[in-house]
Design a protein around this ligand. Structure first.
Ligand SMILES: [Zn+2]
Length: 283
């Protein structure tokens, strides 16, 4: 089938090779939409110079699957955490299982965890308990945190401030909030992950002037695929599934708003990600 080859699945207009190697710090490659063609997805990512992918683990079973992928494919690493949506599942037994995953060599961060007061699939109280416990696990393991926050910026900053001296590092993944929240995070010496949200002229325009405020040494890039297909693509994508091979289009958009070249942004974000997740530098 034509759909299974690297060259034909992505329309030619969307094939865009980054000038230098990239790290996609947020790829939900355990999502069922990747089941049928994951090997091709990874081959296409490598063809685009997206050679390293951090596979997001959002609950116990997805974290275990992320670790399996990291064992199977060179250049893939895993995070292990419980997403705020699933915080109601948190208990002592789950905490023990997550701590065991954090000891696996494939796991490079605690998360995805945090607070989401936008949807409240778990109550704010359950979210705070699960997050507090995972801050403790990050402190114990020494791993950095991969954080999710939506409409919960001030509570998030309070909780992080209390733990800041005990945790090594943290990235606010898929940052979409306002200037005040951004500076609150930067003042806590946190890292910022940007997705294709910034390419969305309907809801991402407030991010564009903020990008200059993020020091290059604290900025990383991510697809959050299969979600958040960027809206700056020059051609339509059947199925609208986002994938790591499209990360260079996001880098292009951020570089434009940051006022740097794509090559400079690519190499800076890669160095930052290698340092943050303690990746081997040849990856
Ligand atoms: Zn998230």
């Amino acid at each position: 089938m034509a759909a299974s080859t690297v060259d034909t699945f992505l329309p030619e207009a969307l094939q865009f090779r980054s000038p230098t190697t990239l790290v996609d710090i947020g790829a939900n490659l355990t999502h069922e939409s990747f089941d049928r063609d994951l090997e091709d997805v990874i081959a296409r990512a490598q063809a685009a110079q997206v050679n390293t992918m951090i596979v997001t683990g959002t609950d116990l079973s997805h974290a275990e699957q992320a670790i399996e992928l990291a064992r199977r494919f060179p250049g893939l690493y895993a995070t292990a955490g419980v997403h705020p949506h699933d915080a109601s599942a948190w208990n002592a037994e789950l905490a023990g299982k997550m701590a065991a995953l954090h000891a696996q060599p494939e796991v490079v961060a605690v998360g995805e965890c945090g607070l989401d007061f936008n949807r409240n699939f778990s109550t704010p109280k359950e979210q705070e308990q699960a997050f507090e416990a995972q801050l403790g696990l990050a402190a114990e393991s020494g791993l950095p945190l991969f954080l999710h926050e939506r409409d919960a910026g001030s509570r998030m900053r309070e909780m992080l401030a209390a733990w800041r001296d005990d945790i090594s590092n943290a990235v606010i993944h898929c940052f979409t909030a306002d200037r005040e929240t951004l500076h609150g995070y930067l003042n806590l010496d946190l890292h910022i992950g940007l997705t294709g949200w910034i390419c969305d002229e309907r809801r991402g325009h407030h991010l564009r002037p903020l990008v200059k405020d993020i020091p290059l040494a604290r900025l990383m890039v991510e697809t959050d695929c299969p979600y958040l297909l960027p809206r700056n693509l020059p051609a339509k994508l059947k199925g609208r599934r986002h994938e790591p091979a499209l990360l260079p289009w996001i880098v292009r958009e951020i570089a434009q708003w940051r006022g740097v070249s794509e090559a400079e942004l690519a190499s800076a974000t890669t160095q930052t990600a290698q340092r943050f997740f303690r990746l081997p530098t040849e990856s």
